[in-house]
Design a protein around this ligand. Structure first.
Ligand SMILES: Nc1ncnc2c1ncn2[C@@H]1O[C@H](COP(=O)(O)OP(=O)(O)OP(=O)(O)O)[C@@H](O)[C@H]1O
Ligand SMILES: [Mg+2]
Length: 263
């Protein structure tokens, strides 16, 4: 049976979809059968960042309405063991009930090693629908106070579900800012939130560039390396972290900061 993992956040735009898409690719590259489900009805964009938007024929709503078999709605990433179930385009967020979402997942959970669910930001109905189907949660935050504060609220609700694990991913971390004390490190945020840190992802333009090209996570970059470590941690149940301060410490780091100093 698949490990069902919801990727969630308090504040919107912290990188849930970007992290989930790259994580799906990294897990599939490790030989795992992975299904990514876009649970963000209405504001879905997982198909876009994966470059699969134009291939969508049937979606989650068609499966629930018995217009097609679930296998007809699944999109396979070329030659890999990664699949995407597109969001319910014809549904409003309210129309997709938690029970039909759960039923849908129970029909396919034996086919995959991992089911990753992209959750809408915040704690509305879409959040409960996604979390109630899962047994693990990844909370994504950026190192900024509003995102951390909203993440804390989500954590307190996540803890009321009987999940096997809740782990933290701190995204968009600037190693140069961490070294100079201008930005909190992943470890500090993990301590504040009292949540185990499973990944730190650096600020990386490659995420924005490749998501616009529909090729997120498919090319090597610092963020991709960091997310690959998260995939290893998930598979091996470890907590090894990507060092975002590498290249920003010591004399060389100081020199680089002096050359690009604006702040
Ligand atoms: N590590 C990163 N470095 C640089 N840019 C990033 C990083 N992670 C995400 N982004 C950018 O941040 C923006 C928001 O990312 P994304 O859509 O993944 O967030 P989200 O949490 O899914 O948003 P929403 O709550 O709206 O669903 C995108 O433009 C993405 O390219
Ligand atoms: Mg998103």
């Amino acid at each position: 049976m698949a490990r069902k993992i919801v990727v969630t956040s308090g504040k919107g735009g912290v990188g849930k979809t970007s992290v989930l898409a790259s994580l799906g690719i990294c897990l599939a590259n490790k030989g795992k059968n992975v299904l990514m489900i876009d649970g963000d009805v209405g504001l879905n964009n997982l198909d876009v960042v994966m470059g699969m938007e134009s291939r969508v024929v049937y979606d989650m709503a068609d499966v629930i309405d018995n217009k097609c078999h679930i296998n007809q709605a699944l999109l396979q990433e070329d030659g890999s063991s990664l699949y995407l179930l597109p969001s319910a385009h014809a549904y409003s967020n309210e129309k997709l009930s938690a029970s039909s979402f759960r039923d849908l997942i129970s029909r396919i959970e034996n086919t995959f090693d991992f089911i990753l669910i992209d959750c809408p930001a915040g704690i509305d109905g879409g959040f409960h629908r996604a979390v109630s189907c899962c047994d693990e949660a990844l909370l994504v935050t950026t190192p900024h106070i509003p995102a951390i504060r909203d993440g804390d609220k989500v954590l307190s609700i996540l803890r009321s579900y009987k999940l096997n694990a809740i782990s933290l991913i701190v995204n968009r971390v600037r190693g140069d800012f961490v070294v100079t004390g201008k930005m909190m490190s992943g470890g500090e945020i993990s301590n504040i939130l009292r949540c185990p840190l499973i990944g730190v992802v650096p600020e990386d333009d490659a995420i924005t560039i490749y998501s616009q090209l529909g090729r997120i996570g498919m090319n090597r970059s610092s963020s991709r390396d960091a997310i690959d470590m998260i995939a290893c941690n998930i598979v091996e149940n470890t907590y090894k972290l990507y060092d975002v301060t590498k290249g920003h410490r010591g004399l060389i780091g100081k020199f680089k900061r002096l050359m690009s100093a604006k702040y």
